[in-house]
Design a protein around this ligand. Structure first.
Ligand SMILES: CC(C)(COP(=O)(O)OP(=O)(O)OC[C@H]1O[C@@H](n2cnc3c(N)ncnc32)[C@H](O)[C@@H]1OP(=O)(O)O)[C@@H](O)C(=O)NCCC(=O)NCCS
Length: 163
């Protein structure tokens, strides 16, 4: 049985490790993109992020440790979903979807009216999870960050999850 909530202070190192283990092998991104993303989510940077906004890093956990994460930041009245991920051993068990639901629940307290994010166009798991959670594809950015192609997505409380 897993539970879900803001990352605790003593889980930050494990969160940084899970993010590194998720991003490092993710073939959808080129080496430059992965390096840049890994630099952004060191333990020190994650600590600073949640000191400012405790909802900025949500995690799913069970007795074995962290199973998933959802990292976001306030962006001028919106929430930018930076990364979400589930440990390989825990995929397809609803954890990614539950993290997106938990993120949506943070909007009122963060005085934000929508979530937006990007995905690589060929990241089928991410696209499917976002669609399943009611995110809408709003744009395609070709030859964009690090020379790669991305979709932009948005979610608003009015959106109805499918299924
Ligand atoms: C994307 C990711 C977070 C999904 O996490 P998850 O915990 O496996 O997702 P869930 O079990 O909640 O699945 C939610 C929905 O996503 C879709 N989905 C998830 N994985 C899928 C896959 N491999 N193939 C097709 N659809 C998939 C399904 O529609 C699923 O709903 P269903 O099981 O009821 O059909 C996970 O695959 C991951 O960590 N990927 C690597 C990191 C990453 O790419 N992050 C996103 C960067 S933008």
């Amino acid at each position: 049985m897993s539970e879900l909530g803001p990352v605790a202070a003593d889980e930050i190192d494990a969160l940084a490790a899970l993010m590194r283990d998720t991003i490092e092998p993710l073939g959808y991104y080129n080496a430059r993109a992965r390096r840049a993303e890994l630099d952004k989510y060191t333990a020190a940077r994650l600590r600073a992020l949640v000191a400012d906004d405790p909802d900025a890093a949500l995690v799913a956990r069970d007795d074995s440790g962290l199973l998933g994460f959802c990292v976001s930041r306030f962006d001028d009245g919106t929430i930018w979903l930076s990364w979400f991920g589930t440990a390989p051993r825990a995929r397809r068990r609803g954890i990614g979807g539950a993290l997106l639901t938990a993120l949506a629940a943070t909007l009122p307290a963060r005085d934000a009216h929508k979530i937006w994010c990007d995905s690589r166009v060929d990241n089928v798991e991410s696209c499917a999870a976002l669609e399943r959670a009611g995110y809408r594809r709003i744009a395609t950015l070709t030859n964009h960050w690090f020379g790669q192609d991305y979709y932009l997505w948005e979610w608003t409380p009015e959106a109805t999850p499918t299924g």
